[in-house]
Every structure is written in C-alpha cells, then in structure tokens.
Design a protein around this ligand. Structure first.
Ligand SMILES: Cc1ncc(COP(=O)(O)O)c(C=O)c1O
Length: 384
C-alpha cells in the first residue's frame, strides 16, 4: 500500500486533531543539541527539581515487593483513600487515578460530550483542551480572557447556549499564570447551577500560587460540587512528570463512568508508580512550600528581565510568563515565526502564543536554573 493510500484510511476524527504543540519542541531541541548548539529550553512545562527521595524509595520498594501486576482500575485503594481524605465530604468512590491529569481530562470529555455538545474554554488555554473536546465529538467554544488575563465573566455568560455542556476553568492558568479569585469562581459556579452545566476544574498547578494569595478551589463551593469534575496531578508539584499519575475527583456516577472507560483503555495506572504517589502524599507540605518559594523567586527574576523587554502581566501562579511580543514582530510575522527566529538565532526555545490560542504572545517557562534564565534573557535581548 502506498503512503497516500494508507493515509486515506485514517479516520476523519484523527485527521482533524493536531498533535500537542508543546511536545513538538522536544525532537527539535534534541536535533539542535546533536548539532552541538548551546540550547536552553524554556518551552516545556516541567519542574527542574528532583523527584523527592521518599517517592523514589517507595516506588523501588513496591518493585521489590513485585507490585508489578494489574491493579484496581480506579486506582490503588490506598492512594484513592489518601486523596479523598484531602477533600471534605469526598470518598474513595469519588476519585479515579489516571495516567496524568491529561488522561483524566481526555476521559472527562469522552464521558460528558455527545456530538455537538459545547464546552466553553477561556483562551489563551493549555494546548490539549480543544483537541480533547474534539476527539470526544464536542465543540470547543473559546472566550477570550481580559487584558489582565482574568476571566471575562460577561463573555462566558454570553457564550452559554442551548448546546453548552460544560465550562472549563484552569487556575492557576497555563499559559498565563493567572489565578482566578474566589468571587470570579463563585460567578462561574452560579452560572453553572443556573444553566445546569458541568464545571471542569483543571488544578494541575494548585499549590503553586505566589505572593501569599489564597489558594481557592472550586471544590470549596458546596453548591457546585454535584456538577464539578476536578483534576489534579502529581507531575508538577512533586516533579513526577514521567510517573504519569494524576487524578479526577467527580460525583460518584461520573467517577463510575470514567472507570468504565478506563476498563477498556489502559486498565489501570502503573502500579508501582502509584505507590510512589502514595509516598508523595505522606510527605509533609514543607517540600511543596519550599518549591513554591523557589518558584516565586524565579518568577521575580524572570519577570524583571522579561518585562524590561516586553509588556507582561505578572503571573500569580503556575510557572509561566506570557509576554506580549507584538511590538517586536517583523511585518507579517506571527508569534510562531518569532519563536522560530528566537530559537534559530539564540538557541532559546519558547512557545508561540498562537499554540494557546493567542497570537502576539509567547509562553516562557521560568522553572529553569537561574543561570539558564539569565543567559536566555541576555541572548533574547541581544537579538531584539
Ligand atoms: C493546565 C494543564 N493541565 C493538565 C496538564 C497535564 O499534566 P499531567 O498529565 O502531567 O498531569 C498540564 C501539563 O502541562 C497542564 O499544563
């Protein structure tokens, strides 16, 4: 069969879905490194810290005990119980463990979307939301955030229609670093109750909120709990990105539906990796507090340098800056062209804003060593 022939056999569904745009930087960077170029990646959303020793030890011990078999499809009982204990009124039956919160989100859309159902997504937004909604047969409906990256509550209200199934809220936000305050989340909760909508809360960065701002989860609003599906992850907080352990918290019927899907998909999440996650939860919060302080310091350093070059809103959470580079675009240049120019000329990888649904901006990950941050910003400044 020729390549053209076999290509025509691909489903329309997969042909209309784009691969993760941030992941495409990995082979590109590897290629530059192989050429001997001094590259600095500020493109991938990954903490630089080591995976904590107790996590590694617990994972090794699980392997030594030969915890290498199929496991409970909803996740290890011990892990679900420990997670449920962190949410008032929640039991293990409300928790499902997934291969990262990415798979949790994919599963949510598969479980709630019928063809044509709409999911409201504030943009700019993380690269996978829209593609995951499309893979579930749904339609993403984008509502721009305001100039300060906060939610446009009027815009979201106006976007609600007969086909709206859910509103997705990601706070702290990737790519902008915005943290939505309680009153804004209360408005979303009221809107969802009024129009009988599902609320999806992606809290992959929930602990990383800076400047002593309160960490506020939609889960704290009791009125919305019966329609709330929340996802969190071990990836960013515990530097466990390769473990692939995340989870969803959902009303019992939704959790059961997600487990039904899981039973045909991956069966269960890697058993010994889940033992590592149990160990992560058993650690006191001191480690996370120190990591948050360290990230806040890097945020300050990166923000100082970047805001001297571009207009930039100071991020309050996560580990990204999302400056406006439109003043530096050559005629006809997109943020994608700009990021490619920066990579080519400086060896610094950043992600174009258009990948997150907002041109004229770029995303810069500041979870990098200080010397690399300073070197990267010096190189970019020279090119500008
Ligand atoms: C907003 C957001 N949600 C979810 C994820 C998925 O993370 P993981 O699958 O590692 O839990 C990411 C990863 O970058 C993210 O930025």
């Amino acid at each position: 069969m020729t390549i053209n022939n076999i290509q025509s056999k691909l489903s329309t569904r997969i042909q209309t879905v784009e691969g993760s745009k941030t992941a495409r930087f990995i082979p590109l960077l590897d290629a530059l490194k192989r050429q001997g170029r001094p590259v600095i990646s500020l493109a991938i959303g990954e903490p630089i810290d080591d995976t904590p020793a107790p996590v590694i030890d617990a994972t090794k011990r699980a392997l030594d005990r030969r915890e290498t078999r199929y496991g409970d499809m909803a996740g290890l009982t011990a892990l679900r119980a420990a997670l449920a204990g962190r949410f008032e009124g929640c039991g293990p039956e409300n928790i499902v463990v997934f291969n990262g919160s990415k798979q949790a989100l994919y599963t949510i859309f598969q479980c709630i979307c019928d063809p044509g159902d709409q999911v409201i997504i504030p943009v700019p937004c993380w690269v996978s939301f829209a593609e995951q909604v499309k893979l579930a047969g749904g339609d993403p409906v984008f509502v721009r955030t305001k100039a300060d990256h906060q939610l446009d509550l009027e815009g979201i209200t106006a976007a609600v229609g007969a086909k709206t199934k859910a509103i997705l809220i990601n706070s702290p936000n990737n790519p902008t670093g915005a943290v939505y305050p309680r009153p804004a989340l209360e408005r979303i909760a009221r809107l969802a109750v009024e129009h009988d909508l599902v609320v999806i809360a992606d809290e992959a960065y929930d602990f990383f909120v800076y400047d002593n701002l309160p960490r506020f989860s939609l889960y704290e609003l009791e009125a919305v709990r019966e329609r709330l599906i929340l996802t969190r992850s071990f990836s960013k907080h515990y530097a466990m990105t390769g473990f692939r352990v995340g989870y969803a918290l959902a009303p019992t019927v939704v959790a059961a539906a997600m487990v039904r899907l899981q039973s045909h998909l991956t069966g269960n999440v890697c058993t010994f990796a889940q033992h590592g996650a149990v160990a992560a939860l058993a650690m006191d919060d001191g480690l996370l507090v120190r990591r948050r302080e360290d990230l806040q310091r890097r945020r300050n350093l990166a923000f100082d340098k970047v805001s001297a070059m571009f207009p930039c809103i100071r991020p309050q959470g996560a580990f990204y800056l999302f400056p406006d580079v439109s003043g530096h675009l050559h005629r006809g240049e997109t943020s994608g062209d700009f990021a490619a120019r920066i990579l080519e000329k400086t060896g610094v990888a950043i992600v174009p804003g258009e990948d997150f649904g907002k041109d004229g901006h770029v995303r810069i990950c500041f979870a990098a060593p200080d010397d690399q941050l300073l070197d990267a910003f010096r190189r970019i400044r020279e090119v500008l």
